[in-house]
Write a protein that binds this ligand. Structure first.
Ligand SMILES: Cc1ncc(COP(=O)(O)O)c(C=O)c1O
Length: 385
């Protein structure tokens, strides 16, 4: 059987995952400082209320709307505010599925999308599986992260269809500034591109908004089509419920949503129970997010205290999101360093290279880890850095 060339050549795990599996099989207890699954981080969920929300009588009815149940869309619109309305929204089973639908909507095979770098490493595959090429455009760090607007414009080709930004970025935590937003949307308008804005972490700002775009929805009338992506996996820390959404705004967005509904109608992948529960789940999400924000801040405090005694090490500022970048002397490649920390200190940390951080000298830590585990992990790795 011949497989599609869109797939990888092989499915072998990378060296870090292979080493982790080997060590765990040997009975080694590994401290995981990469954990991004909020259901495994000791947060207190209102369990009875969540179960009750998922067991209303309406969960037994099947009355699909390809755009998603109206009551769920109304609740999501209210969650976002900024004039967003139910008709501007389409529900998906996840943000990743939202990318798939948008890439199908916007591109023909061989077309390109510009994606941020460093960033969340899924774009290459999400684009490729739709027959598109994800072309990374580097951001740079100078006191804070910046979009390289010159590099972005230089990367636009006749085959470019869309620009993807993550606001705030994972793992850099970079929120776009208002000036970056204005330049980005006018560039997209000039070249006829759609702008996809992933805001799954927008509720987790760790610094005052200042000149930042706390959300793309602050712009009521962008000059290009804007499609915002988000979902319950971060907004309510409930990734297992599988509910995401796309919000459209700007010229052509209404027609885009109509075509997205046609695409979604081919799958109807969002379950009725989660749609019925969504309004209540969004109400229940607020105290869960509050616990997460507290955890993120507490771990940053733990990290800063630990770094005070480690002059060669430092961290980058975190504007938002669930990750922090640790800077270390680049005595070896990031991946070799992560392997060393796993083997010698029994601590799992992602190398910066997993997220396309330039050069060597960055490690990526999850701020979601329980505080005592986070603190212990730091003290275990420091002697090896
Ligand atoms: C930036 C970003 N977008 C999207 C996702 C995926 O979200 P979902 O679970 O809704 O597919 C993640 C998951 O970590 C992410 O980091």
């Amino acid at each position: 059987m011949r497989l599609s060339s869109r797939l990888p050549q092989g499915f072998e795990p990378n060296a870090l995952t292979a080493a982790l599996t080997r060590l765990r099989a040997q009975g080694r207890e590994v401290l995981d400082l990469t954990v991004s699954n909020p259901t495994r981080c000791g947060f207190t969920y209102p369990e009875a209320e969540i179960r009750q929300a998922l067991s209303q009588p309406t969960v037994l009815a099947y009355d699909p709307d390809p755009q998603g149940a109206r009551a769920a869309r109304e609740a999501i619109a209210a969650h976002h505010g900024h004039g967003l309305r139910a008709e501007n929204l389409l529900l998906t089973a996840s943000t990743s599925e939202g990318y798939g639908l948008l890439f199908k909507l916007l591109g023909d095979p061989g077309d390109e999308v510009l994606v941020p770098s460093p960033s969340y490493p899924l774009f290459e595959w999400l684009a490729r599986l739709e027959g598109l090429l994800a072309r990374p455009v580097p951001s740079y760090f100078h006191d804070r992260w910046h979009l390289d607007l010159g590099a972005l414009e230089a990367a636009v080709s006749p085959r470019t269809r869309a620009v993807v930004v993550v606001n705030p970025n994972n793992p850099t935590g970079h929120f776009l500034t208002k000036a970056e937003w204005a330049a980005l949307t006018s560039l997209c308008a000039r070249y006829g591109l759609a702008l996809l804005v992933d805001e799954v972490f927008a509720d987790y700002a760790l610094e005052p908004a200042g000149d930042r775009m706390a959300t793309a929805l602050l712009d009521p009338d962008p000059p290009c089509p804007v499609f915002l992506l988000s979902g319950l996996s971060k907004v309510a820390a409930l990734p297992q419920l599988k509910l995401g959404w796309i919000a459209g705004r700007g010229p052509g967005a209404a027609a885009g949503l109509e075509a997205l509904a046609f695409l979604a109608d081919q799958y109807l992948s969002v379950s009725a129970p989660v749609q019925a529960a969504a309004p209540r789940l969004l109400e229940l999400a607020r105290p869960i997010r509050a616990q997460i924000l507290e955890r993120l801040q507490a771990n940053l405090t733990v990290l800063d205290a630990a770094l005070a005694g480690q002059p060669p090490l430092s961290r980058l500022p975190v504007e938002g999101g669930w990750s922090v970048l640790l800077r270390r002397p680049a005595v070896d490649a990031d991946e070799a360093c992560a392997l060393r920390l796993l083997e010698e200190a029994s601590v799992l940390i992602y190398p910066g290279s997993f997220f396309d951080l330039p050069g060597d000298g960055h490690l990526v830590l999850s701020l979601l880890t329980g505080e005592s585990g986070f603190s212990e992990g730091l003290h275990r790795i420091f002697p090896w850095l």
